[in-house]
Design a protein around this ligand. Structure first.
Ligand code: PLP
Length: 410
């Protein structure tokens, strides 16, 4: 008899964005011809940078010639890309890594979900709430989250991030082994200062805990004193894994490329208390289960760091941040409490008093204004009473959406 991993049966409903897609499709079916504008899922709309396209063409041409064809890529990435990552994303900020501390992948979702493979299911897990659902669901699938009761997993330690604490998770008095932090944050669009992040690094050093730091949106940081990398904080190499992605930095959601940093200084332990290298365990895991990111995609990612590539991606990021500013100011003009949108492509707004539930407000925006958003509660219990707007739309759509939003009676 084939037995299943029963942890999957404990997962509630659908993945959030599948549920939203179902509702939107049902609406479109009932209202053919209506112009539905999406400010929902965080997917890009602007074309890839010309430098990236050129690199893709050149690399594709190489594949057409037996002399330059590339077969299987190195599991953890081609040296040309790893060198560009270290030089531009780390050396430029005074941080150094060896090339074997960088693992190129097919996007941050895979590694943020898979990293649990090398960590015990007995570890206690803490994460901010609201939170990117992949951290929750992947831990639930592994059996680390326990059971889902009254909207929460009973073995996860949630760290509420709300206007009351300025979206800064409070340090726990108790111990946790694994702590997920994502800054700039999806969904709230908020950030931590270096001092605030340092308190978490110090906690992890004290508790022999691991921080899983997702900085997929670091390219959107516009303000000073906001760390782009957790390794800007002293001691972080001993306690943190960092996940990065080209998806939102350079529009790679369809191309697929990201990377994970696992410093060699980062140690974890077996039950007997012996030190083990997470870098080595992850290398072992990747060489067994992952066959590398496509050569042409890695060449495209390399082009992101070329002088033209850098200028071009900055223009696109500025375009999305301008969308964020437009959405934020429209919501504020209605008197709504609005957060994020300055160092992140997400705007997190308090739902109005007359429609306080996240899903009810989502439905109202869909049915009355034909706007797709993301209900805050989909990201966790502390997200109830909030709605998330993304700034990744086309500007003309964002402007039209904003005209519709201004019609809201709240
Ligand atoms: N991490 C966060 C916080 C995200 O919001 C996303 C995507 O929306 C990802 C990781 C995954 O990005 P990708 O797999 O496209 O690199």
């Amino acid at each position: 008899m084939i037995l299943i991993n029963e942890c999957f049966l404990r997962l509630p409903g659908n993945y959030l964005f599948s549920e939203i897609a179902n509702k939107v499709n049902a609406y479109k079916k009932e209202h053919p011809g209506s112009k539905v504008i999406s400010l929902g899922i965080g997917d890009v709309t602007q074309p890839l940078a010309p430098a990236v396209i050129r690199a893709l063409h050149l690399a594709t041409d190489e594949m057409s010639d037996a002399d330059t064809l590339r077969g299987y890529a190195p599991d953890s990435g081609y040296p040309f890309l790893i060198d560009a990552i270290i030089k531009n994303d780390y050396n430029a900020r005074g941080i150094d890594f060896d090339s074997d501390e960088i693992f190129v992948n097919d996007g941050a979702k895979s590694d943020t979900g898979n990293i649990g493979d090398i960590l015990s299911v007995e570890n206690t897990v803490a994460m901010t709430d609201p939170v990117y659902p992949v951290y929750v669901d992947s831990n639930a699938m592994a059996g680390r989250a326990g059971f889902f009761k009254n909207g929460n997993w009973d073995k996860i330690r949630y760290l509420p991030c709300t206007p009351e604490n300025d979206f800064v998770p409070e340090l726990m008095s108790e111990h946790a082994d694994m702590i997920y932090l994502c800054y700039p944050n999806n969904p709230t669009g908020t950030t931590l200062t270096k001092e605030q992040l340092k308190t978490w690094v110090d906690y992890a050093l004290r508790e022999k805990a691991l921080i899983l730091y997702d900085s997929a949106y670091e390219a959107y940081i516009t303000e000073e004193n906001i760390p782009h990398s957790i390794y800007e904080i002293d001691g972080a190499k001993e306690v943190a894994i960092e996940f990065r992605s080209f998806s939102k930095t350079a529009g790679f959601t369809g191309l697929r490329c990201g990377y994970t940093v696992i410093p060699k200084a980062l140690k974890a332990y077996d039950k007997a208390g012996n030190c083990c290298s997470l870098n080595q365990l992850w290398r072992r895991r990747q060489s067994t289960k992952f066959n590398g990111t496509a050569y042409i995609v890695q060449r495209a990612a390399e082009a992101v760091y070329s002088p033209e590539g850098k200028t071009q991606i900055q223009e696109t990021i500025a375009y999305y941040l301008e969308n964020a500013r437009i959405i934020k100011s429209a919501l504020e003009s209605l008197g709504m409490a609005v957060y994020g949108g300055i160092n992140a492509p997400y705007i997190w707004a308090k739902t109005p008093k007359n429609t306080p539930s996240s899903w009810d407000f989502f439905e109202l925006l869909l049915n009355q204004l034909q706007l797709v958003t993301t209900p805050g509660v989909g990201f966790g219990k502390s997200g109830e009473g909030f709605i998330r707007f993304t700034a990744f739309g086309r500007k003309t759509n964002v402007e039209e959406a904003v005209e519709r939003i201004k019609l809201l009676k709240i």
